[in-house]
Design a protein around this ligand. Structure first.
Ligand SMILES: Nc1ncnc2c1ncn2[C@@H]1O[C@H](COP(=O)(O)OP(=O)(O)OP(=O)(O)O)[C@@H](O)[C@H]1O
Ligand SMILES: [Mg+2]
Length: 266
């Protein structure tokens, strides 16, 4: 079910067509035609196992597709790029970037080094060789400092310790890649309320002031209602409901069929 109003696409967006992914013979994503990124912030919601993470990984091609096609449009009139035939690092360099629901292992690099490495990757394939180069430091140092002030890390020159620090580090790392379309997989899960609000403000700012199209997966629907301009509701591998937050909340029976009563909030 879809809200009727058509929105012209002039932002970075991805179109997912006839895309299927199965694991062990079981179809977990089956999407006929879905565009993500028509709005500054879009929510992607649905019950556990609905296929949200898998769909995002199909977009960044970190898993193979059984069939289907994913294309990226910058929204600037440049020709579309077929992502589903590209390698993940090439997709990131085009500006389509995803954070991780499950925290990456940051135990090998300090917080500063992780961020300098991400910044180097934004403009050099040989990032590992050059990430201590002075130009990376001079170009990105202030920006990294700002992020580290916004989110107080215990020791920015040491390793990220808590799950929360690793989650924030992953988000900042993605932002330093200069994303055009940013996929956030449960970015605020497990964060204290004050920090969660700062993450939401930062996401909103990137989307509205810097034209980054942001797609957010979250189980906390209050985050979704506050943040999203549009919502895609997934269940059993398919998108079953789409619309702005009030429209989705009006269709409480569909949402509650999958999420249980009390999730829509009134
Ligand atoms: N690598 C994998 N191998 C086998 N099955 C997988 C794999 N990844 C995901 N699945 C299965 O695919 C289905 C969809 O998983 P996915 O992680 O995309 O759901 P999700 O909507 O992100 O759920 P959650 O809200 O719990 O994060 C689930 O049944 C899951 O067990
Ligand atoms: Mg998931």
């Amino acid at each position: 079910m879809t809200e009727s109003a058509a929105v012209p696409v002039s932002r970075p967006s991805v179109r997912i067509q006839d895309a299927v992914k199965s694991f062990d013979g079981r179809v977990v994503v089956d999407v006929a035609d879905l565009t993500l990124g028509k709005h500054p912030v879009e929510g992607l919601i649905g019950p556990n196992g609905a296929g949200k993470t898998t769909l995002m990984r199909m977009v960044t091609h970190s898993i193979s597709l059984d069939r289907g096609r994913v294309t990226f449009s910058t929204g600037t009139g440049a020709p579309d790029v077929v992502l589903s035939s590209k390698a993940p690092h090439a997709i990131a360099r085009r500006g389509v970037v995803k954070t991780n629901q499950v925290i990456q292992d940051f135990d090998q690099l300090t917080i500063w080094d992780s961020l300098l490495l991400a910044a180097s990757k934004a403009h050099d394939e040989r990032a590992l060789k050059i990430f201590r180069e002075p130009h990376v430091w001079s170009e990105y140092g202030d920006e990294i400092d700002e992020y580290l002030n916004l989110f107080p890390f215990d020791n920015p020159f040491g390793f990220a310790k808590s799950a929360g620090e690793k989650k924030l580090l992953d988000i900042i790392r993605c932002l330093l890649l200069r994303p055009k379309l940013l996929l956030l997989d449960e970015p605020t899960a497990g964060l204290p309320a004050g920090i969660r609000d700062r993450v939401m403000e930062l996401i909103k700012k990137k989307a509205t002031e810097e034209n980054v199209s942001v797609v957010v997966v979250e189980h906390d629907l209050n985050v979704i209602w506050n943040l999203s301009d549009y919502v895609h509701f997934m269940a059993e591998g398919r998108v079953v409901l789409q619309g702005d937050p009030p429209w989705i909340r009006e269709h409480a029976t569909v949402v509650e069929k999958y999420l249980g009563e009390g999730h829509v909030g009134r």
